[in-house]
Write a protein that binds this ligand. Structure first.
Ligand code: MN
Ligand code: MN
Length: 481
């Protein structure tokens, strides 16, 4: 049976309003909000320049949390101190994944508000035996991490960050290439004059994974007896500066990332060009939304900054592990009289989550891959709600519920958040995944909700300042809901 038509006076005006809503966000913000956008993004740009790895994101997150009254959960566990509304705690897992929890007024059983982003970004990792000599040069062998377009990583200045763990338990931090007085590193490419064969290859074959070898040194040691004298000289420098020998590199995590700071981009300074915005733009906005919370929230607020998303969220610091359940079990144990598995399950099931990850923006250089008819997210059109990701018929996607999306529309509209919808490109073009489906296993409502990027996964990614600020504003409104 067809439904009777609903006739309402003034409905044309409402329809017009919705159309007007699809304007560039800059046309909708007033002068004071415009100032807040630029000032917020100055801080974000500095954060992005300082934080180049998952460990650095974790460290910075802890520093900011402690400054804002968060305590390590271990303190409560060790002291057998109970947690009550207003208490703020954090848990750090292997220096890579960080979970912040602000205990709300409502019981944990009634659910939490969770925002989850990831701290890891695509990069080049050193192999366990990285250093070798070839063609009278000292080189570093790498294995790339995450989905990169390999040709983008040659000829750009690279910085080396990470840790070396020694057998005696000492850990040495290394960070070379960010200060203007530091040396940087580089992967060479063929000159076009000799690039005929290379130019005939497919784009994804022109530079191979095993071809990503970093030029590291070129001065030989003077000792004529020694073999591989350039490598030896480089190892000597590493020993003198960091006290490490070649075998120590076996127990190291050293990452090559684009060197140098993030920058304002565009003559109007409306954008940010920087490395690792997937997903540190969500890390920063989610973190700030929680840290700027003024009142004790009704529902407990949680910010998850997880590792390993770019390689499938596996590993003990990835969202596919039981880390979140373990943390919540500890917290429930400190908030309730009688811990039970049922409380934990209800707490997770009744929670609502925004999976804060980046999405693709419409790129006029590649319009052929965009989802048509206003279904592709646009730069400066605000925070993106992505109902589903996945590929080939939404496969592997969480596909959020209509009811949950309606709730979020209301939360964002009530808080004057500029938001839009998005899809990862047109149907059957490709696709992607986030941590949303892993959290949905607990039966909680979760949807992808993040910022759009141009050149995602490239050494330098572009984001829009208005979109960044709207994410922060939206995340705050979500915590307060
Ligand atoms: Mn991501
Ligand atoms: Mn990614």
């Amino acid at each position: 049976m067809p439904r009777k038509p609903v006739s309402k006076k003034g409905s044309t005006q409402k329809i017009m309003d919705v159309l007007i809503n699809r304007e560039n966000g800059w046309l909708k913000v007033n002068e004071s909000e415009r100032k807040r956008i630029f000032s917020f993004c100055d801080h974000y740009r500095n954060f992005l320049s300082d934080v180049k790895t998952e460990r650095q994101a974790n460290r910075r997150g802890i520093d900011l949390a402690e400054k804002n009254g968060f305590k390590n959960l271990n303190y409560f566990i060790d002291q057998k101190k109970r947690l009550s509304p207003g208490d703020k705690v954090y848990v750090t897992i292997s220096d890579k994944t960080l979970i912040l929890v602000a205990i709300g007024k409502n019981s944990l059983e009634s659910g939490m508000r969770i925002i989850g982003g990831h701290t890891d970004s695509p990069r080049l990792d050193l192999k366990p035996r990285p250093l070798y000599e070839d063609g009278e040069m000292g080189l570093l062998d790498t294995h790339y991490y995450g989905g990169i377009k390999k040709y983008q990583w040659v000829t750009i200045p690279l910085a080396l960050h990470g840790v070396v763990s020694k057998k005696n338990g000492d850990q040495i931090s290394i960070s070379i290439g960010e200060n203007s007085s530091d040396p940087v590193f580089n992967i060479t490419d063929l000159l076009p004059h000799l690039g005929k064969d290379q130019a005939g290859k497919k784009l994804n074959e022109g530079i191979s994974g095993e071809g990503l070898n970093v030029l590291f040194a070129s001065i030989p040691q003077k000792n004529k007896e020694a073999g591989e004298r350039i490598k030896l000289n480089a190892m000597e420098l590493l020993y003198q500066t960091y006290g490490i020998v070649e075998d120590d590199l076996v127990s190291a995590e050293l990452e090559l990332v684009p060197a140098g700071p993030a920058r304002d981009s565009g003559i109007d300074r409306s954008m940010i060009l920087g490395y690792g915005q997937d997903d540190r733009v969500s890390v920063y906005t989610g973190l700030q939304a929680l840290l700027h919370q003024k009142k004790i929230p009704a529902a407990t607020s949680v910010c998850i900054l997880t590792d390993k998303e770019e390689i499938g969220s596996v590993g003990s610091t990835g969202m596919y592990s039981f880390l979140f359940e373990n943390v919540m079990a500890e917290i429930i144990n400190l908030t309730t009289r009688d811990y039970s598995d049922l409380i934990l399950r209800r707490c997770l099931k009744n929670s609502k989550m925004l999976s804060a990850d980046v999405n693709a923006l419409h790129d006029p250089n590649y319009p052929e891959v965009s989802s048509p008819n206003n279904n592709m997210a646009k730069l400066n059109h605000g925070l993106i709600l992505t109902k589903y990701v996945g590929a080939r018929g939404k496969s592997g996607s969480n596909d959020a519920h209509a009811e949950y999306l309606a709730e979020l529309r209301k939360i964002f509209d009530d808080a004057n958040v500029i938001w839009q919808t998005g899809e990862i490109g047109k149907v059957d073009q490709g696709g992607g995944g986030t941590i949303a489906f892993m959290m949905a296993r607990y039966e909680m409502d979760v949807v992808d909700c993040g910022i759009g990027l141009l050149s995602m996964h490239a050494p330098w990614e572009i984001s829009g300042k208005l979109d960044i600020y709207m994410a922060y504003k939206g995340y705050k409104a979500f915590y307060d809901s």
